[in-house]
Every structure is written in C-alpha cells, then in structure tokens.
Design a binder for this molecule. Structure first.
Ligand code: SAH
Ligand code: SF4
Length: 393
C-alpha cells in the first residue's frame, strides 16, 4: 500500500501530478521523510514519549539507519511493535550505478512505484563551488575525495520544456515526496560513508525537474536536510528556470538554499526560443522576483548560462548579458556551462575558445564568471543529460 496524497500543482497549464508519500518499496508507511510532528502523529497509536520521537528522528536523519532494527536507542519490543504495524525506515535504494572516468557516479534510485529517480555524486565538488570555497580539506588515501557535491532531483521528468535539455523530453512524470528528495542524499551519503558533520558536502538541486514546481515537497526536504540531517543551508543551491510564484515564496523562507537562475539567454527573444517558459515570465519578471529575496552577508545570486553554439554564445550576447546583470542590480555571479549534448537534441557545443572568450568578456566588465566543467559526461550525468538512460543513448 502506498499513501497517495493528491496535490494539484499548476505548472504552466500542465496536468496535476500526484505526490507519493512513501519512498520505500514494500513498506506500508515509510518514516524517512517525516518531520518530528508528523512522526508523532503517525506513531500516536504507540503513545511514544517525546524523547522517543526525538531518538527516532536522530536515528533516521543523523545516523541514517536503514532498518528499524538499527534503532538501538529504542527497546526491542517497541521497535518490533512499530515494525509489525507496517512502519519501516523506507530509505530509497540504489538500483543502478554508472561510474564515470572522472569519479562521478550517477545512480538510479528506486521510487515507491517502480519509477527511478536520478542522483549524481561528484567527488571534489564542481568548479562553480570551488570559486566560493577558500578552505579545502585534504583527501586521504582511505577516501579519494575531500569533499563532494550531490546533485539532487526534485521531480521525475520536467514540465518546463527547455529545448536544449534532455530531461524535458520525458515531460513531467511525477513529483517526488520530501522523503524521496532528502532520501537521495541520505542513500548517497551512506554509500560513501560520508558525514555532513565532518565532510564538506554540497547539495545542488539541479537534477531532474523544476524544484519550484514541486515547491512544498522541495522545501520540506530542505528543512529535513538543513535541520536533523545537519547540512548547512549555505552549502545548498537550488536552480530554477524562473518560476516567479516559487521565487516569491522562496523569498519569505527563513531557511533556504542559495538561489541560481537558469538565464541561458541574453534577452527575451532568444530565451523564448530556447526556454518557452519565458512567454509566461519574462527575464524582467524573474529579476523583479529575485530582488525580493533578502540576501545573507556576502551571498550572491548565480546566473546559470548554458552556451549553445551559434545561438547565445557570441560576444555581442556577452555584452548584452553584462548589461542585464548590471540592470539586475543585486550581487550576482555567472556560471557558464558549455551545452552537454543529448540524443535527439538539436544544438551544438561551442568550442573551448568560444567559452573562454565569453567568460573573458564578462570578467573584463567586472562580473565574477566561472566555467562549470562538465562532470560525468560519458555516463550522461552532466546537467541536462538526466533521462533514465543507460551509459549510451
Ligand atoms: N530545472 C532547474 C534545475 C535543473 S536543470 C533549472 O532549469 O534551473 C539544471 C541546470 O542544467 C540548468 O541551469 C539548466 O539550464 C542546465 N542544463 C539543462 N540542459 C543542459 C544541457 N544539455 N547542457 C548543459 N546544461 C544544461
Ligand atoms: Fe526542466 Fe531545468 Fe531541464 Fe528546463 S533545464 S526542462 S526547467 S530540468
């Protein structure tokens, strides 16, 4: 049995989607994904003392137990009673792993309904994070990485239909629940024996899907990750294609990741051609919404810019981007990424020299600009390549 909690999310006229509240297959009620009050409510039949719920919460999120048997702070009979009532931890399982020559791993992680979610582990982080990290812990022989970035999915498929993105080809299949979103992180941390308390773990919500079209579940997952799982919100970045109502809600959040906007074009005309969502919210609309987000000290908004050969990668485009970023009038940086090819997606990857020239033009105008090195391109793990593929097409 699965708990199907129907919510209606209007995503640019798209059909309503269903959130499934159970990440674990074969489990009546998954506990992972529930916050303290929800755990208390679910377990009310057992009248657990508040400290018992806190012990459970700590085991689920800090210790990241995989079975109720490992909940050793609870007496055995309580564990057994809870398990026989159909409760389980419900941490999602990795069903397939693709390993890149560069150490990146892409996982297919099982959802409760046989669908798979994609998550990517990038040891050493990516270049965009390097730019902001002065302190770099050393890697040891035992562990070949000193820090890592996990790229997390928020939906299966995506409704936004960006023309250059492979995920868009799937359309929206469904939203992920808070447990499925935070569960990707827990499962991958367990695989690598990583501990957010001592290891430098960054999260980027840049996997499959548009986080701001699954807003409530996405933010519930953030609260679990930043709270009991112990990953500082300042080490999380969410990327959006520019869903204005989502950005406005995000602006009100007391706990929130850093914000990245997928700009991808120098003006509305080009953006409309590559990101049809621009017809709903123009670049100016998006920038107005971003201006409502109160930034923390030294925080900057990131503009993601996918360079598409011949489409948005000319120096005249760079000059337009400079004007646009200046007009935006908030602290910002630009991350450039050369388009990652995907089967059946008709764009071209610009040359390295074109990418470097574009970067130089922005830097010469005083805009902090970084090139994001594609990770795991050979296993289709790079941005915009997530589409339930094997290693090939
Ligand atoms: N839906 C959100 C987050 C996931 S996409 C968003 O669009 O922001 C994460 C990033 O990958 C976005 O900046 C997007 O523009 C970029 N991207 C998509 N397809 C790509 C491709 N084929 N090559 C390089 N980057 C791509
Ligand atoms: Fe969706 Fe982001 Fe891909 Fe656009 S780039 S289709 S918003 S996942």
């Amino acid at each position: 049995m699965r708990y199907a909690l129907k919510v209606t999310i209007r995503s640019g006229g798209n059909r309503p989607v269903t959130i499934l509240d159970a990440p674990g297959a074969g489990c009546a009620t998954a506990l992972f994904g529930l916050q303290n009050q929800e755990l208390t409510a679910k377990l009310q039949g057992f009248s657990p003392a508040p400290y018992r719920v806190r012990q459970l919460e700590s085991a689920l999120y800090r210790q990241r137990i995989e079975t109720l048997d490992s909940l050793t702070t609870w007496p055995k009979d309580l564990r057994q009673k809870v398990a026989s009532a159909g409760f389980c931890v419900g941490l999602p399982r990795i069903v397939e792993t693709f390993r890149s020559v560069d150490g990146t791993e892409r996982y297919l992680i099982a959802g409760g309904d046989g669908q798979t979610v994609e998550t990517v582990w990038m040891p050493e982080g990516d270049d965009s994070e390097d730019s902001d990290d002065a302190e770099q812990p050393a890697a040891s022989d035992a562990r070949p990485w000193s820090r890592a970035t996990i790229c997390v999915s928020s939906q299966i498929g995506c409704a936004v239909n960006c023309q250059f993105c492979l995920t868009a080809k799937l359309g929206i299949i469904r939203n992920l629940s808070p447990g499925e979103i935070a569960g990707q992180v827990a499962t991958v941390l367990n695989r690598h024996g990583a501990d957010p308390g001592t290891d430098r773990i960054n999260l980027v919500f840049m996997g499959m899907g548009e986080p701001f079209l699954n807003y409530d579940s996405f933010m519930a997952a953030v609260r679990l990750l930043a709270g009991p799982m112990g990953i500082p919100e300042s080490r999380m970045t969410v990327s959006t294609s520019g869903i204005v109502p989502g950005i406005l809600r995000f602006a009100q959040e007391p706990v929130r990741p850093r914000l990245a906007i997928s700009l991808n074009a120098p003006n509305d005309l080009v953006r409309e051609a590559v990101m049809p969502i621009t017809r709903k919210w123009s670049i100016a609309d998006v920038l107005d919404a971003v201006r409502q987000v109160p930034l923390r000290p030294r925080e900057r908004i990131t503009f993601e810019y996918v360079l598409l050969g011949g489409v948005n990668d000319q120096l005249t485009h760079a000059d337009e981007v400079v004007r646009l970023v200046r007009r935006a009038n908030f602290p910002a940086k630009v991350n450039l990424i050369a388009w990652n090819p995907g089967p059946g997606v008709p764009f071209a990857t610009p040359s390295e020299s074109a990418v470097a020239a574009f970067q130089q033009r922005l830097r010469d105008s005083g805009i902090p600009t970084f090139i994001r090195r594609p990770r795991g391109r050979d296993i289709y793990a790079a941005c915009g390549q997530l589409k339930k593929t094997g290693t090939g097409a």
